[in-house]
Design a protein around this ligand. Sequence first.
Ligand code: GDP
Ligand code: MG
Length: 441
Amino acid sequence: LSDRLGGVFDRLTKQGALTEDDVTAAMREVRTALLEADVSLPVARDFVKRVTAKATGSAVTKSITPGQQVVKIVHDELIRVLQGEDAPDSLRIDNPPAPILMVGLQGSGKTTTTAKLAKRLKDREKKRVLMASLDTNRPAAMEQLAILGTQIGVDTLPIVPGESAVQIARRARTQASLGGYDVVMLDTAGRLHIDQVLMDEVQAVRDIAQPRETLLVVDGLTGQDAVNVATEFQDKVGISGVVLTRMDGDGRGGAALSMRAVTGKPIRFVGLGEKMDAIEPFEANRIAGRILGMGDIVSLVEKAQQTLEVEQAERMMKRFQKGLFNMNDLRSQLEQMQKMGGMQSIMGMMPGMAKMAKQAEAAGMDDSAVRRQIALINSMTKRERANPDLLQASRKKRIAAGAGLDVAELNKLLKMQRQMADTMKKLGGMKGGLLRQAMKA
Ligand code: GDP
Ligand code: MG
C-alpha cells in the first residue's frame, strides 16, 4: 500500500499545499471509498467526521506535504479503529480444558475455521485439542468435522445420534477434562438467518460450556449483513472476537471496519481459503489497504482533484457574472487554455468570442505567446494581479523586465485583460453554461 501511496504523495506535493477545501473534497472521496468497500453508512459517516476534524487541524496546514498528511491520517485512523486498543494477540486458553465456542450463520465457515484454529493450536502451540460438532441440524455437518479432524490429526468427540446441542456440549466438557485436553472447540449449528431458535440454542450452549472465547465467524464477502449479524450475536450471546472468512475472495473488508466499530470486538483471524492452513491472525494494516485500495487511493485523489477543478470553475463563473476579471482570472484562463490545447478552439466555443479569436490570431496568439503572458502575470505582485489598474509605467517596466519581455507585450496583455473583463461582464448576464462547459471540457 505504501508503494501506491508514494505516487499520490509525490503528486500532491507537486500540487502545492492542500487547503481546507482539499480536505473536504478528499473526504468526500474517502467516504465513497468506504461505502464502496461495504462499510455501513453510519460508520463511514462517523469515520469521515473524525478524520476531517483531525485533518483540518494545524498539523496539516503547516505540513510540508499536506497531501501525504491527509492520506496518512485516513490510513492511521482506519488502522486505529480496525485494531482497537484491547485486541489480544492470542486466544485465551489458560485453565485447561479451555472451551472455545464458534458461532455464526450457516455457511459462514464455522466448521472449516474450527478445524483451522485447532490445527494452529496443535502445530504452533503444541496444544491437545478436542473438537466437537454441535450441529444437530445436519447429520453431514458432524461427519464433516470428523473428516477434517482425521485430516489434520485432531481428535473429535465421538458422534452419538439423537443428542441435543446442549447434551453434546456437556459431554464435550467432560470428555475434554477426562482426556486431559488443553482446548475444547465447540462448532455450533448455524442458520441462514438469525432467529430466536438459533439464539436460544446458542445461549443454552454458552451457559453449559462457559467458553473462554466465543468467536463469531462471518463471511467476509457479505457486506452490510455482517454488521447486523455481529450486532445480534454480540447482544444476545456476547462474543469475544470475530473471524472474517473468505478474505481470499474479492471482499473489500469494509465489514471488518463496521463490525469493529459497532460491536467494539476485535477481528481476531482472517480466513484465506479452503485449505487447513489458510488462516492468519488479523492484520489491520492489510485490511486498511484493502478498504482504501477499493476506490484505489490514487484515483481517489485524482477524483478529488477533478472535483476541485469543477468547483474552482464554478467559483470563477460567479466572479465573472459579477463582472470581475483580474489578472489571476486571466492566468487561470490561460493555463486552462494551455491544458485544453489552444486559444482558438476555446474561444470558438464561447459566444461573442469569435471576433476576439480572430484578433488573437492576428496578434500571433500561439502557445508560446500564452506562455509569455503567463510569465508576465507571474512577474506581478499579488496586489497588481488582483488590481491591474495599479500598473503605471514604473511597475510595467519592472514586470516586463522580470519576465524578460518588452513593455509593449505587457500592454497587449493588459488590453486583452480589459477586453476580456468587458466581455465577461456582458456574458455574465447570460445564464448559459457555455463558458463553464468550455472550462470543464
Ligand atoms: P459452516 O456452515 O459455517 O460450518 O461453514 P463451513 O465451514 O462448512 O464452510 C462453508 C464453505 O466455505 C466450505 O466450502 C468451506 O470450504 C468454505 N470456506 C470456509 N472458509 C473459507 C475461506 O476462508 N475461504 C474460502 N475461499 N472458502 C472458505
Ligand atoms: Mg458447519
